[in-house]
Design a protein around this ligand. Structure first.
Ligand code: ADP
Ligand code: MG
Ligand code: MG
Length: 339
């Protein structure tokens, strides 16, 4: 019997378009003899689009309007064997959709409510990983109310970390709202920007002028495996939105040109983080590597990483001998697995 799969894409975050292009790849790759796939695009307003509008959105690469209210669609989704919530960022990757699907009793690809919510939040991630003994950069939390009422305290907290430092909204992705702050004179603008996007903001120290950036894929549920390690190379100051999504500005190197010992540590730390955060199915775990000192610091865990044919996560598994179609099939199987 063919499995009926609901593929969700688009959504309300800044990564709407990225999600739709990932979904086009997944839709083309799920084997038709095993799966009967229904794509449903979610508009930027959070409404779930009917079939013809979804097809159009997948072709156009964006769903601006139309559609039904969320709950109406979930209720009629009960006939599905599994859902693939191929959504990035808030209202998709952060436990919200996962909660809805859990309530509806439908198995789904990827982490559950807890793993999704904690991994999406850069502050909660840091706290959980610290307690698991995983090395990370030094950081501080600031809340919007503090910034509005007592900016001086927030500035002093930032200064404890030294400049340059990074200012980021706690719950976003794709480098949206992230600034590299060279000195005190740039701090207020960075905090204003981050607080315009989130109530909670994380301030992060830098380890070195420009660390190397290593990424590794994790696949599995409670006994996960790690892929080979990949490296990102780019000329820009940091891996910002433009560098991420402009063709040709960043290169992927798989395997990363690093020693076997560093690769082994990256993979071990990635698996520990995956388990500590209660992730499931898949995650891409990203690191900073300071070559001079050998220091390896975990940056973040993405529970629904970019998923086009040329994205890092599928490429990492391809290097391990698992092709794109096999990978998405495996993910659906993991969603259906009893844990
Ligand atoms: P996102 O979830 O939006 O991808 P990240 O935390 O991964 O956010 O930050 C985006 C990019 O900013 C990183 O890939 C890296 O290039 C740079 N960056 C972020 N934090 C630091 C840091 N503490 N030190 C050095 N570079 C950083
Ligand atoms: Mg991220
Ligand atoms: Mg990142």
């Amino acid at each position: 019997m063919k499995k009926r799969i609901l593929l969700l894409a688009g959504g309300q975050s800044g990564e709407h378009e990225v999600s739709l292009s990932s979904a086009r790849s997944v839709l083309a790759a799920l084997p038709r003899d095993q799966f009967d796939v229904t794509p449903v695009a979610i508009s930027k307003q959070g409404r779930w689009l009917p079939p013809t509008d979804t097809r159009q959105a997948l072709e156009n690469g964006a769903a601006e309007s139309g559609g039904d209210l969320v709950l109406h669609r979930v209720a009629s989704a009960e006939g599905y064997d599994a859902v693939f919530p191929l959504l990035h960022g808030p209202m998709g990757e952060d436990g919200t959709v996962q909660g809805l699907l859990t309530l509806a009793g439908i198995p789904f690809v990827g982490s559950g409510v807890l793993g999704s919510a904690v991994s999406m939040d850069k502050v909660m991630t840091k706290q959980v990983l610290a307690s698991a003994g995983i090395p990370q950069v030094d950081w501080r939390l600031a809340v919007r109310r503090e910034w509005q009422r007592d900016a001086q305290t927030v500035r002093a907290r930032a200064a404890e970390l030294d400049f340059p430092l990074f200012v980021k909204p706690a719950n976003l992705g794709s480098s949206v709202g992230i600034s590299k702050v060279g000195g005190p004179h740039e701090l207020d603008a960075a905090l204003d920007l981050a607080f315009s996007l989130d109530r909670r903001v994380i301030l992060e120290a830098m380890t070195t002028h420009k660390p190397r950036e290593l990424e590794v894929g994790v696949l599995g549920n409670d006994a996960p495996t790690a892929s080979p390690v990949g490296e990102l190379r780019f000329a820009s100051e940091f891996y910002d939105y433009e560098t991420k999504y402009t063709e040709g500005l960043a290169e992927i190197h798989i395997p990363a040109p690093i020693s076997g010992d560093v690769a082994r540590r990256v993979r071990e730390l990635a698996l520990s983080a995956f388990l500590a955060l209660d992730c499931a199915g898949l995650a891409r775990v990203d690191f900073f590597y300071v070559e001079e000192t050998g220091e390896l610091l975990l940056n973040e865990v993405n529970t629904m990483p970019g998923f086009t044919q040329t994205s890092m996560y599928p490429k990492l598994w391809e290097a391990a001998g698992i092709g794109y179609s096999e990978l998405v099939t495996r993910l659906v199987e993991l969603a259906l697995e009893q844990r």
